[in-house]
Each structure stands twice: as C-alpha cells, then as structure tokens.
Design a protein around this ligand. Structure first.
Ligand code: CMP
Ligand code: CMP
Length: 274
C-alpha cells in the first residue's frame, strides 16, 4: 500500500482536456478524485460516447495490463483532478497480483456455465477485475431498492434472495418473502446492472459466504482499495460481460415467472418506466 501511495501523483484536469487518447501507448493508470469524464470509442473511424464517469471510478488500466494501445479516449467534461499511477509501478503491483488471482480462480471461472459464451482470454480478464468478499451468517449483501454498483458470483456458501412486494404503502412496511437460494457457481445482482434500475430484491448470507464481487463501491480512500483489490465498475461489467448479457437478459423471464407465481405480478422488474 505504501508503494502505491508513494508512487501516485495528483494531476489537475481542465474541462475539455483529453486525459487519454485512443491508440496511444499507455503511460499511467488514473483514479478519479473529482470531475466528470466522457468515454469515447472509435468504431470504423467514428468516435461514439459509450459512457461517462461522474466523480468516481478509474480508467487506463487496460493498456497497462495487456500491453495494448489505449482502447478509448477519455475527455474531461468539467474541471477536475485525477490520481495517476505510473506504468512500471502499476505493472509491478497489479500484474503480479492478477497472475496470483488467475492461478487461484482460473478453474473455477472456467466451470461457470453463464460465462461459457466468453473466450478463455475474456474469462481470464473477468478474473483480473474481481475481488473476494466474505459475508458472515445473516449479513445483508444486497438491499432491495438500493442503487447497484456490483454483481456477485458465489464461491462458497449459500445466499437467500428475498423480496418485499411493492404496494401502495412504502416497500419497507411489507413483509419480505423468500424467492430463491443460490450456491457455489451461481451469480446474482446482475439484474440492476442490466436494467439500470434499483436492486429488485435483497440478498442475505446463510452461514459464511464467500463471493467473487465486481464492484465500483469505492470508499473514501477508494483508490487504494481499487489498486489493491482491482474491482470492476459498471463500464467494465458491460465491456467484459457484454457477450453474456443475452443469457442474463433471458434469465429475466425466469425471474418474472417466479414473481408471478409468488405475488401474482411480475413486479415490473424489467420495465424501465416502473
Ligand atoms: P485503456 O485502454 O488503458 O485507456 C482507455 C480506458 O478507458 C481503458 O483503459 C478503460 O479503463 C476505459 N474504458 C471505459 N469504458 C471502456 C470501453 N467501453 N472500452 C474500452 N475502454 C474503456
Ligand atoms: P439485482 O436486482 O441487481 O439485485 C437483487 C438480485 O436478486 C437480482 O439482481 C437477481 O440477481 C436476484 N434475483 C433472484 N430471483 C429474482 C427474481 N425473481 N426477481 C428479481 N431478482 C431476482
């Protein structure tokens, strides 16, 4: 941690400044201190805005991790500041850490049916951006109604999914109903990321649960956690799991069937206007 801290430098950014240009060699990895930034990716010569960062997140890891040209252009849309970490330090710490994670999780990730539509190299990239989280018996992993910032794959233990019926009164006043349970190799928490809606249900640990979590839940000294834990933000989720998105979307129909059986309504879980 002290090596990372010593190596990080603050850089002020002006509105309109290109922090990164697609196609360039990678020099630094950046963690946003403040400011807003657009992400442009060129397709057949035309740049298209594919996402934004709003006062949090990080970028510039791909070129450093995989020795490739910059995959996107990052343009500040307001004044701001970022923390930079140079290529040599980034590679020494992150790439070494990723190699260790790959050794630990390679066979587990390969066994997951929902990642089958990814190439091996793509699956390994998923490993690079996940961290491990351990939950105690009874601990809440997801709260219904919260904004989503990560999804989970269960490495060990059991997770209970519950849902409160949306009614005329506040959701909080309604009794939670158990919908399903998940164990090793299954995933949850993807729905809100796919639909861009709040969490549709809550998740609780039954016994000790170990999850692989992708996350942009960055605490106040988040950049350190990011650098050391290599967590996945919403942009990385979409970029890396894009080929699995169809499988995930198809699963929404199963959720809706479950909800109709339990509550007599599909709870509008996938309706963007609800
Ligand atoms: P890098 O390729 O080093 O530089 C551009 C960065 O933009 C890239 O790393 C990612 O961190 C970030 N980025 C965000 N969204 C995308 C995207 N859809 N495709 C490629 N890079 C992206
Ligand atoms: P998300 O809405 O992000 O957070 C709660 C998670 O519970 C949800 O993603 C799904 O992964 C999971 N879940 C399991 N069964 C259902 C269901 N019937 N309806 C909605 N979510 C479900």
């Amino acid at each position: 941690m002290s090596q990372v801290l010593d190596a990080m430098f603050e850089k002020s950014v002006e509105g309109g400044e290109h922090v990164i240009d697609q196609g360039d060699d990678g020099d630094n990895f950046y963690v946003i201190d403040w400011g807003t930034y657009d992400i442009y990716v060129k397709c057949e010569g035309v740049g298209r805005c594919v996402g934004t960062y709003d006062n949090r997140g990080s970028f510039g890891e791909l070129a450093l991790m995989y020795n490739t040209p910059r995959a996107a252009t990052i343009i500040a849309t307001s004044p701001g500041a970022v923390w930079g970490l140079d290529r040599v330090t980034f590679r020494r710490i992150i790439v070494k850490n990723n190699a260790k994670k790959r050794r630990m999780y390679e066979s587990f990730i390969e066994s997951l049916p929902f990642l089958k539509s990814l190439e091996l190299s793509e699956r390994l990239k998923v490993v690079d951006v996940i961290g491990t989280k351990i939950y105690k018996d009874g601990e809440q992993i997801i709260a219904q109604g919260d904004m989503a910032d990560c999804f989970f794959i269960i490495e060990s233990g059991e997770v209970k999914i519950t849902m409160k019926r949306k009614g005329k009164q506040d959701v909080d006043e309604n009794e939670a109903v158990e919908i399903t349970r998940y164990t090793r190799g299954q995933y949850f928490g993807e729905l809100a990321l796919v639909t861009n809606k709040p969490r549709a249900a809550s998740a609780f640990a039954l016994g000790t649960v170990k999850c692989l979590a992708s996350s942009c839940r960055i605490p106040s000294i988040g950049f350190l956690f990011f650098v050391l834990d290599s967590v996945m933000d919403v942009q990385a989720f979409e970029r890396l799991l894009g080929p699995c998105m169809e499988i995930m979307k198809r699963n929404i129909a199963n959720y809706e069937e479950q909800l109709v059986a339990l509550f007599g309504t599909n709870m509008d879980i996938a309706d963007p206007s609800a």
